[in-house]
Design a protein around this ligand. Structure first.
Ligand SMILES: Cc1cc2nc3c(=O)[nH]c(=O)nc-3n(C[C@H](O)[C@H](O)[C@H](O)COP(=O)(O)OP(=O)(O)OC[C@H]3O[C@@H](n4cnc5c(N)ncnc54)[C@H](O)[C@@H]3O)c2cc1C
Length: 289
């Protein structure tokens, strides 16, 4: 019984665990209480060959269909300690919440994250970023589990950050918590910057619809959204998955889109862009089988 490792929910709707709100079911979702439960849970799942994965806020994920395994959520890993400019925060903590909280006490550094609806763990995994800043600018070190479930510390350098990338992607490490270094700054200045950027995003991005943010990375020196818009693909639909009319680098869910609809639409855009410009667009979003 895996419920001994944490609160366990069966037969869950994918839309309740992801920002795309795609159709489909997850067989099991579990919330381990602490590190020991997490380690024992993973040992159990491996021993019994049960498919599993950690997710954060599901804001970068496309579940292709039903997920016949165990989704591990680190919501209980949400401890926050702020000591002067040093912030120690659990992997399950919400990025936007942390950006607002630190801004409100005059700590600068997470303004870029105030519109990124992920968790600390997912943000570090992706090296999430915006406005020329990213997690790599603020992370000092993290505590993680390596593939053998040993507790390790990884410094900023050891995290091997690059554009939307970190070592977590290749090494199967699990982030448990992170130490961030912020800077003192006038609170009103930080809050004003956050407010201005929020207004810009509301105007330029289809935030009124479910999505997982930008679909494609920007090719060097170009904007994926502009390329897709120039091809006249805004409004293109497969099922309920649709290229946003507001921002062509967003795919939105008009109601009942499936992961397959989104994947097909991504492939269609890629094909058209390759055909016309000979550019290989790379998706930022992760497809989960
Ligand atoms: C409206 C909107 C706007 C967005 N804007 C931006 C933006 O400006 N910039 C940007 O970079 N992204 C943006 N995103 C995408 C997304 O929010 C980020 O990629 C975010 O970092 C994903 O975090 P998450 O917690 O939701 O991760 P998830 O989507 O849940 O997971 C992503 C990956 O991280 C892994 N992961 C999660 N937690 C851990 C952990 N503790 N340890 C190891 N691996 C883990 C998962 O296994 C998965 O492989 C946007 C999304 C939306 C919906």
């Amino acid at each position: 019984m895996i419920s001994k490792f944490g609160k366990t929910l069966k037969n869950q709707n994918i839309k309740d665990y992801t920002t795309y709100k795609l159709s489909g079911k997850i067989k099991t979702v579990i919330y381990p209480e602490n590190k020991e439960d997490l380690i024992n849970l993973i040992k159990y799942l491996r021993k019994n060959k049960i498919k599993h994965m950690i997710i954060g806020n599901g804001s970068n994920l496309i579940f292709k269909g039903n997920y016949d395994g165990v989704i591990i959520k680190l919501n209980k890993f949400d401890k926050l300690i702020i000591n002067d400019t040093l912030v120690t925060v659990g992997a399950g903590y919400n990025l936007i919440k942390l950006a607002i909280k630190t801004a409100n006490i005059g700590l600068s550094g997470l303004e870029f994250a105030s519109g990124i609806p992920g968790t600390i763990g997912g943000g570090i995994y992706m090296n999430a970023g915006a406005y020329n800043s990213s997690m790599s600018d603020v992370v000092l070190e993290i505590e993680a589990l390596d593939d053998n479930l040993n507790l390790i510390t990884l410094t900023n350098k050891e995290l091997n950050f690059s554009y939307r990338d970190s070592i977590l992607k290749t090494k199967n490490y699990i982030c448990l918590n992170a130490k961030l270094k912020l800077k003192k700054q006038n609170k009103e200045e930080i809050l004003n910057l956050i407010k201005t950027r929020k207004q810009k995003r509301l105007i330029s991005q289809p935030l009124e619809f479910p999505s997982a943010g930008s679909v494609f990375r920007n090719p060097k020196g170009l904007y994926a959204g502009k390329i897709i818009e120039d091809l006249g693909l805004k409004g293109t639909k497969i099922g309920d998955a649709c290229v946003s009319e507001k921002h062509a680098n967003f795919i939105i869910n008009n109601g009942n889109a499936s992961g397959e609809d989104v994947e097909k639409l991504i492939n269609l855009i890629k094909e058209k862009v390759k055909e016309k410009y000979n550019i290989e667009l790379i998706s930022e979003q992760e497809i989960i089988e």
